[in-house]
Design a protein around this ligand. Structure first.
Ligand code: SF4
Ligand code: SF4
Length: 372
């Protein structure tokens, strides 16, 4: 078996385990009766994800309120299930509608070769503001833009708490935009991705030389973190079942850069460290390597990397005309271009930065539909 086949097999196995666990917990949650409805809330309020089980006691800490083991907060027995919003109620909220609009605008600009630095900065700044910063302002006009669940929470908390509607809608939007491509959620909508992209542009302006780590290295780290997360979550679920109380452990709580957008003081110094450090480190390393959090850590990056292989729109080259001068690959910040030129089956993440499409001296790379 080639290394590539081994990688695909391992990855798909992990993905299937993730899905099975999430579905298992979802089924268990449904059987256990009362469920709290996840409500969108302002920055710093994750507790809605912690209030999921009737057996728990005391004030449970919700995901995001500092990492570690948490007890779910109990709902009173006999309380009927809350009739929560359905899929379309969530989808039609300003947050998701604007996400789809921003992605559509970006796609049109990419396909028509009109995406330039100014428009790119504008779109990335809007996404950073809307989906990262605005909820901190406490303004009513931005009340529908809470980041929660963050993309990472949507993918990982479903294992611990089962699929909930906000998670399902978040994942559906991410998957849809990735299927349309080129990785449209990560490239132009995600606030953590957007700020890294803006820093990459700034680093170029400042002529800071960035390193390009091999995809094999970043992907190995990203997959290992994901496997460790699944293993730890599984032990937490076993503990939950045997101990008859919700105990949730998400490894990503320790390394989730999205928490950095919740600008609120945490109870202890250690909590503050875990809360803000991943974001600060992400910003710092983004000056020296392209999208470090996306390539090395983010589980959404991992999942969308698989989906983008079948995405409709992507970077394509005009066959036969390429002279293999590799000037585009040399200019690009990512490890994807060389694989795109080779027509590889598994291409590293492309964040539609437009460097390679603008970097071919003969204009042979463009955003379009792959012909075969
Ligand atoms: S890989 Fe993760 S952090 Fe990066 S853009 Fe995608 S969702 Fe955001
Ligand atoms: S250089 Fe090309 S392949 Fe790499 S992220 Fe940018 S657009 Fe995608």
């Amino acid at each position: 078996m080639t290394a590539k086949k081994t990688y695909v097999t391992v990855f798909l196995t992990v993905l299937v385990i993730w899905l099975s666990l999430a579905l298992l917990v979802t089924a268990q949650e449904q059987q256990s009766g009362p469920q709290a409805t996840l409500q969108e809330s302002g920055a710093g309020q994750h507790q809605e994800l912690g209030q999921l089980r009737p057996q728990g006691t005391g004030a449970g800490q919700g995901p995001g309120q500092g990492p570690g083991l948490r007890q779910g907060q109990g709902l009173r027995q006999g309380q009927g299930p809350a009739a929560g919003p359905n899929f379309f109620d969530f989808l039609l909220r300003p947050k998701f509608i604007t996400m789809l609009v921003i992605a559509a605008v970006a796609l049109v600009l990419l396909l028509t070769k009109r995406m330039n630095s100014r428009l790119k900065i504008l779109i990335l700044a809007v996404s950073t503001f809307l989906y990262g910063i605005s909820a901190n302002l406490g303004l009513k006009v931005f009340s529908g833009f809470s980041m929660h669940p963050s993309p990472i929470c949507a993918a990982t908390k479903s294992i611990l708490y089962g699929f909930r509607m906000p998670m399902i809608v978040t994942l559906a939007v991410i998957i849809f935009l990735t299927l349309v491509g080129p990785k449209l959620f990560c490239s132009y909508v995600c606030p953590v991705g957007a700020i890294q992209e803006l820093i990459a542009m700034l680093a170029d302006k400042l002529k800071i030389r960035r390193r390009k780590p091999s995809f094999r290295l970043s992907q190995t780290v990203r997959v290992l973190i994901f496997i460790a997360f699944i293993f730890l979550s599984w032990t937490a679920i076993i503990h939950t079942v045997s101990g008859n109380r919700t105990v949730a452990l998400s490894l990503y709580d320790y390394i989730n850069a999205f928490h950095g957008y919740e600008i609120s003081l945490q109870p202890t110094l250690l909590d503050n460290l875990f809360h803000f450090l991943p974001f600060i480190l992400t910003l710092f390393f983004a000056f020296f390597t392209y999208r470090p959090f996306c390539y090395f850590v983010c589980p959404i990056g991992l999942i969308t990397n698989v989906i983008e292989q079948i995405g409709i729109f992507r970077v394509v080259k005009k066959k036969d005309a390429c002279t293999d001068c590799l000037s585009c690959a040399a200019k690009s910040p990512c490890p994807a271009v060389a694989e795109i030129l080779k027509d590889a089956v598994l291409v590293p993440d492309c964040f539609a930065c437009t460097v390679c499409t603008g970097g071919c001296n003969q204009d042979l790379l463009k955003f379009g539909i792959k012909s075969n």
